[in-house]
Design a protein around this ligand. Structure first.
Ligand code: NDP
Length: 326
């Protein structure tokens, strides 16, 4: 028997609760993992609250991330006792996920727990942090270097934003953190932000082209914010877009792209190929200060995950939420 958060959608409505399940409830898969930690991402918030169409099969165990150890394996790369991490691949959406004490998965989805990182730290990073690193790698690969000027991070006090601020600052970039929570200024400066700006300065409809300011950007917000960030990106700068916390629309013009050669680079973590994942996790082990990561973490139990998911979607949760499932 194992405990799990389970989401149902039936004639009684959409609802999530903590349940005790029998191992026969586990899905097909070639590796069974005893979960140590999971975490809450924006997408888990949407899934648990039902505020976004994330879950595509019911009943479903949410949780797009997990870290734990292998208890049974028919996969050649994994043996009993191996420490593993999983991010994405539709887990917690179409395949039962990490907010449970036990999970059965495809071994091809798993990566070995990176050296020097504990299961709890891996979940403090989670999909949010690994996506932040994919954004940083996107900027680097586009040739954005610290000497070119400021990098803006939007939704900075959230999970993706917090990790992006910490990693970019450690790599020597000058980071400007955009947040709606002025009270988190000291937190963001502690992570390495050089300046804090009010997100309202980016969220109202703006001009097609504005004063050139950003050498690069990590945008988690979308909507007018992303349009305005593109409009104020410097000649040949790069904007990485990974989120929609402010909206899925993009009310922009082509002007920044055709007059300033700005690159808009999309970032997806869910189906990212294995090589990109391994690169991101290796770089997280090197370029994310674990003391700063700890500053971002709130630890909760499985029984608290449903309440916290609601607060996360309201933008009231700072940094990263780790779930100790045991
Ligand atoms: P969080 O909830 O932790 O952070 C989101 C942050 O966005 C909030 O903390 C808040 O930051 C800001 N925000 C919230 N609502 C609004 C709003 N209405 N207008 C402007 N800003 C807002 O979420 P995550 O960090 O986990 O995820 C961030 C985004 O990235 C989500 O949209 C998520 O779906 C996406 N994502 C995409 C991935 C991919 O593969 N492409 C992977 C992971 C995440 P503040 O208080 O500082 O203003």
């Amino acid at each position: 028997m194992y405990k799990a958060i389970v989401i149902h959608k039936d004639e009684a409505g959409y609802r999530a609760g903590l349940e005790t399940l029998d191992e026969s409830a586990l899905p097909e898969g070639d590796v069974t993992v005893k979960v140590d930690y999971s975490c809450l991402n924006y997408k888990d918030g949407l899934a648990i609250t039902g505020k976004g169409p994330v879950v595509r099969r019911f009943p479903m165990v949410p949780g797009i991330d997990l870290a734990g150890s292998v208890v049974a394996s028919e996969h050649p790369d994994f043996a009993v006792g191996d420490a593993v991490v999983l991010n994405g691949w539709g887990v917690g959406e179409v395949h039962p996920g990490g907010l449970a004490q036990l999970a059965r998965l495809k071994g091809d989805w798993l990566i070995p727990l990176p050296a020097g990182i504990t299961p709890r730290q891996a979940m403090a990073v989670g999909t949010a942090g690994y996506t932040a690193m994919l954004c940083v790698l996107g900027l680097e690969k586009a040739g954005v270097t610290p000497d070119q000027g400021e990098i803006v991070v939007t939704g900075a006090a959230g999970g993706v934003g917090s990790v992006a601020v910490a990693v970019l600052a450690k790599l020597g970039y000058t980071v400007v953190a955009s947040t709606g929570r002025a009270e988190e200024a000291d937190y963001l400066k502690g992570l390495g932000a050089a300046e804090i700006i009010d997100r309202k300065t980016l969220s109202e409809p703006g001009k097609p082209l504005a004063r050139e300011r950003w050498a690069g950007a990590v945008d988690t917000v979308g909507g007018h914010t992303l349009a305005n960030v593109c409009a104020s990106t410097k000649y040949l700068g790069t904007v990485t877009a990974c989120g929609l916390a402010g909206g899925a629309d993009l009310p922009a013009t082509v002007m920044p792209f055709i007059l300033r050669g700005v690159t808009l680079k999309g970032i997806d973590s869910v189906m990212a190929p294995r090589a990109a994942r391994l690169e991101a996790w290796t770089r997280l082990g090197r370029d994310l200060d674990m003391a700063k990561l700890e500053m971002m973490v709130t630890e909760i139990g499985l029984e608290d995950a449903i309440d916290t998911a609601g607060r996360l979607i309201e933008g009231k949760v700072r940094g990263r939420t780790v779930v100790n499932v045991n």
